[in-house]
Ligand binder design. Structure first.
Ligand SMILES: [Fe+2]
Length: 332
């Protein structure tokens, strides 16, 4: 049920980048650069390109200007070589998906395809290589974001999504299932050796729930909260700080000026050896999402960024998580 494919058709290395739309690029840049601490790699009249302090790839977050409703356009994954891109194209054709070659600024050869649950994916093996800012400590501020780590995606069919990524060699580190059953509510899947590159959770989708951004130390999570308070970004707080049961991350969530959600986190663990049994969590166990006890507010579970042009489908699994509102109503 949870077996990864040890010989996948091509080699995905990691979650790499995301492309979103924004209504006001100045506001987006202020949020991500002035508050969170991203580095601006490039900006033109149509888009801004951002990267974390250690990242050498040109961008991990791209925001393209829109006059319409903000959305996520693409979730980016890196493959090892361009030969893997060719193999990916052939594989997707073989399983009746519709891959297409595209030109993307600052990237090498790039492949677009929708996964079987409608998530628009973008694969490349290389981007323009920029100087790292890892030891430019004078540039550390806000949360001092290091790199994009993972994407969490809401889907109407977690089992179908999981089967697809397992077939591509992703490995399951942890999962949430309905109590006493093996109905999948959420799966944490990885290629790079930590808890996750992609997470699929049950809900009305497809939609991007958040991008996870690694920060160097736990105190950076407190620091960005203080900076948000002092710069007046208070309304952008959504959840935390807290510690996830799943993945062990110390986290805080913010919503950007267009409502896109980012997670700033620290303290993942290593997940490399092949014989680790995936960790199972009951959906009703509130420690899975917040080890200290308080579950997420309802809007955290039920709001997400739509994928541009992708219709939403209700989930096939009818199973609701415990929300903060319900938890507090029944606390004592
Ligand atoms: Fe996350």
């Amino acid at each position: 049920m949870h077996e990864a494919n040890p010989k996948p058709p091509f080699n995905v290395t990691r979650a790499s980048h995301a492309v979103m739309t924004a209504r006001d690029l100045d506001a987006t840049q202020a949020f991500y650069c002035d508050l969170i601490g991203f580095q601006l790699s490039a900006r033109d009249k149509d888009a801004i390109y951002l990267r974390g302090l250690e990242e050498r790839g040109h961008h991990s977050l791209v925001f393209r200007k829109t006059s319409g409703a903000p959305a996520c356009e693409r979730v980016g994954l890196r493959v090892f070589t361009d030969d893997d891109l060719e193999a990916a194209f052939d594989h997707f054709k073989r399983i009746n998906l519709s891959p297409a070659w595209v030109e993307v600024p600052y990237q090498g050869r790039t492949l677009h395809v929708d996964d079987p649950v409608g998530t628009p994916l973008e694969f490349c093996s290389v981007m323009d290589d920029l100087p790292t800012n890892l030891q430019r400590f004078e540039r550390y501020h806000g949360a001092s974001p290091m790199r994009l780590d993972h994407h969490q995606i809401v889907t109407y069919d977690v089992q179908a999504a999981t089967d697809f990524y397992l077939s591509l060699g992703f490995r399951l580190t942890e999962y949430t299932a309905t109590d006493g059953k093996e109905e999948l509510w959420g799966t944490w899947l990885q290629r790079k050796g930590n808890p996750h590159d992609v997470v699929y959770v049950n809900g009305r989708g497809p939609a991007l729930h958040h991008c996870g951004i690694a920060v160097p130390e736990i105190r950076d999570i407190i620091q960005v909260c203080d900076v948000a308070g002092s710069l007046g970004f208070n309304k952008h707080f959504e959840r935390g700080p807290g510690r996830h049961g799943i993945g062990n991350a110390l986290f805080v969530y913010f919503r950007d000026p267009d409502g896109h959600r980012i997670e700033l986190f620290n303290a993942h663990y290593q997940a490399i050896d092949i014989n680790h049994t995936p960790l199972r969590w009951d959906l009703s166990d509130t420690r899975r999402s917040q080890l200290w006890g308080l579950p997420a507010p309802k809007k955290w579970f039920y709001e997400a960024s739509n994928f541009a042009g992708k219709p939403l489908c209700d989930p096939t699994l009818k199973a609701d998580p415990v929300t903060l509102e319900a938890f507090l109503a029944n606390q004592f």
